[in-house]
Write a protein that binds this ligand. Structure first.
Ligand SMILES: [Zn+2]
Length: 149
């Protein structure tokens, strides 16, 4: 796989505020890999990306792939909202979930759930990461996990 340069990243993410701290996260998305910030000194994860570890203040923070497995921590259903590629609010409420990832208590990532009726999308449900295309780019979403995690 050819590494994606900064120029191509900026081109692919027009309208997104990229910087040297968050570029590793977005580059990961293009590679269909969810890379969140992890401190190489103390091992603490955080998201959104910050230049220093919020736990030990080390600047030795690395974008590190997560498993994508976790449980739904919070769920809301949007009856209206900002236009988003592939989201049709007239077809029914659009689920937005915050998932607590298995890597660390409190490490959370917000997206949507695909492939399940809204009634099944409940707090505590195990989920796993899958990828869809949105605005021509890979976009990380979740689906309800069939096997116990
Ligand atoms: Zn740290």
């Amino acid at each position: 796989m050819v590494a994606i340069g900064d120029n191509e990243l900026v081109e692919r993410y027009q309208g997104v505020r990229l910087d040297h701290t968050n570029k590793h996260f977005y580059r990961g998305l293009l590679d269909r890999e969810l890379r969140l910030s992890r401190c190489a000194d103390c091992g603490w994860w955080h998201h959104r990306p910050k230049p220093i570890c919020p736990r030990c203040w080390s600047s030795n923070v690395e974008a590190t792939p997560v498993s994508g497995r976790g449980t739904i921590h919070l769920v809301i259903f949007l009856y209206q909202g900002p236009p988003a590629d592939g989201v049709d609010y007239t077809a029914g409420p659009h689920p937005v979930v915050t998932v607590e990832l298995e890597e660390q208590e409190g490490l959370r990532f917000t997206s949507t759930v695909v492939g399940s009726p809204n009634d099944d999308i409940v707090i505590g449900a195990p989920v796993e990461l899958v990828w869809i295309e949105r605005d021509g780019r890979p976009f990380p979403v979740f689906r309800l996990a069939t096997a116990p995690t």
